[in-house]
Design a protein around this ligand. Structure first.
Ligand code: AMP
Length: 540
């Protein structure tokens, strides 16, 4: 029997029309690269989106063609972010922190036709422009005047070609709307192509009260860049719910963020642990200085949130919401929310749970699989590779038949993360498959050691890596950044860990560094540490 329901496609214009109709006056604030604030509203944003979408079509953008962006989080980026898909095109956010060779590869592999670039990022573009396929390049200029290079055009002049009241294109929900490349640390980055349907479903599922839980009363600030997996879907979800949106521009240092959060009354912000580590230090140094909105929630993910960070923000009345996700998942896969029975637990036990990666998000299926391909029970103890399935999970990589091994024969995606799932459904990421330490045939979780080290008051940051060892195959090495002024020694850190872990888990050595090298999206670049300390234990 066929259902009698309307087959209304789940497309971004559905979200845009709602926010335009219901929340036209709700503020969208964006920090310009020069530091000034640009105040606008959802009504104005959607008018610009309509205009840009119309202009892109007039400029010859055909269905499914890519519009690349090379921009920080601000109002112009937001327009393209919605405008390219609304025109039937695909917004492809490029990460300006990548190496020029990688950008050339990605833009070419994605076959990007147009590019919209921040004036301030022209030097980055210069590094790979000749190796990229852009037919037209539009520059967002923040200062009036100033000549453009002869290969570039003015973005405002492009927008002016469109009509503010142009209707949105009729789109199929399965059409491509956006594109992102993984920040993979080995081999070429791989592209994921998101559909309108995945974006809309992702916005809905992250809006649920036990998920990120956006409301129309929220003031939402994505610190996570729009080029890092759709800013975790925040702009879409803010529009869907009619929340205020604050875009922080290029200044992502702790003080700039805190000042903006105070000024705009931000209630919900998201970013990777590194960003919030700096913010927490600034709060600790000057308690009471920043009058943040009561009930502020920080969604933190991208790498594991140390329990110490959750406790640290609690001291300032700020709630950390730990989330896990992947580029391949649009990206949210799990979000922490306490089950009702948690109310009966003591505070210490609650902290341990809150440091988990949370419950599988709505519409996300999970399973754990051991080395022999057998499914493991959810007992919170046994760990295996986490595999996922769902309408917001990619089924393939763009034009990469060689990467098919990331998908199982029965249609699941292999995350490459090793995890446990508790009987209650809480996910704990134990490690990346390739970051686990294999010592004498047993596995050691680098993430657990790192989290314990970062709970030590003298430790600012710690990364634990597997180093080849002549006897044990691999042994852990702890790379530690001390807090300013702290003078902690290796034996003290070893004693600190010995209180929590079996002896054979303890790192054989501790090295003290000025900083931990990072990937372009702020994760520890463990590959660089493994390379650097390869021979530290006399093998490798
Ligand atoms: P990306 O595609 O760049 O978002 O990276 C996805 C990977 O980041 C995941 O496979 C995890 O290894 C890691 N990751 C993301 N969120 C978390 C988290 N909350 N805890 C631990 N690892 C995380």
């Amino acid at each position: 029997m066929r259902s009698t329901m309307m087959e209304v496609p789940l497309t971004l214009p559905l979200i845009l029309e709602r926010v335009e109709r219901l929340f036209a006056d709700v503020a969208v604030t964006s920090r310009r690269p020069d530091g000034g604030l640009e105040r606008s509203s959802w009504g104005q944003v959607v008018r610009r989106v309509r205009q840009l979408a119309d202009a892109l079509r007039r400029a010859g953008l055909r269905r499914g063609e890519r519009v690349a962006t090379l921009m920080w989080n601000h109002a112009r980026h937001l327009e393209v972010y919605f405008g390219a898909p609304a025109a039937g095109g695909v917004v492809h956010t490029l990460n300006p922190r990548l190496h020029a060779d990688e950008l050339a590869y990605i833009a070419t592999h994605a076959d990007d036709r147009f590019l919209v670039v921040d004036e301030g990022l022209l030097p980055v573009l210069e590094g790979f422009r000749h190796r990229a396929p852009f037919a037209r390049i539009f520059v967002v200029r923040w200062q009036a005047g100033g000549a453009l290079p002869d290969w570039a055009e003015d973005y405002e002049a492009l927008v002016a070609e469109g009509a503010e009241d142009a209707p949105f294109a009729e789109l199929d929900e399965r059409e491509a709307a956006g594109m992102c490349y993984t920040s993979g640390t080995t081999g070429h980055p791989k592209g994921v192509v998101y559909s309108h349907r995945a974006y809309v479903l992702h916005a809905l599922m992250t809006s649920l009260p036990d998920s990120i839980g956006y409301t129309m009363r929220d003031v939402v600030m994505p610190v996570v860049p729009m080029f890092h997996v759709n800013a975790w879907g925040m702009p879409h979800a803010a529009a869907l719910n009619g929340a205020r949106l604050v875009l922080p521009g290029p200044r992502l240092d702790a003080l700039s963020l805190l000042e903006l959060m105070v000024e705009e009354g931000v209630t919900l912000a998201a970013g990777v642990p590194t960003v919030w580590l700096g913010v927490l230090q600034a709060l600790d140094e000057a308690p009471g200085r920043f009058r943040l909105a009561p009930g502020l929630r920080l969604v933190i993910g991208g790498s594991a949130v140390p329990e110490a960070m959750i406790r640290g923000f609690d001291r300032h009345g700020i709630t950390v919401v730990h989330a896990w996700g992947m580029t391949e998942m649009t990206p949210i896969g799990s979000v922490f929310a306490p089950r009702p029975e948690f109310d009966r637990l003591d505070q210490e036990t609650r902290y341990a749970w809150r440091a988990s990666q949370g419950l599988p998000a709505a519409l996300v299926q999970m399973r754990l699989v051991d080395d022999d391909g057998r499914e493991l029970p959810w007992d919170g103890v046994r760990f295996g590779e986490l595999q996922v399935r769902g309408p917001c999970v990619t089924a393939a990589y763009h034009a990469r038949p060689d990467a098919a091994e990331a998908f199982t024969d029965d249609g699941w995606f292999r995350t490459g993360d090793v995890a446990t799932l508790s009987p209650e459904g809480y996910l704990r990421i134990v490690d990346r498959v390739k970051d686990l330490v294999k010592s004498g045939g047993e596995w050691i979780s680098s993430v657990e050691l790192e989290n314990a080290l970062m709970a030590h008051p003298a430790v600012a940051e710690a990364a634990v890596v597997a180093i080849p060892h002549p006897k044990w195959d691999e042994r852990p090495l702890a790379c530690v950044v001390r807090r300013p002024g702290a003078a902690v020694r290796a034996d003290e850190l070893r004693a600190h860990l010995a209180a929590r872990f079996p002896k054979w888990w303890l790192p054989d050595d501790f090295v003290f560094l000025e900083e931990i090298p990072r990937t372009s999206t702020g994760k520890f670049l463990k590959r660089a540490l493994r390379e650097r300390f390869r021979h530290h234990y006399g093998a490798g």
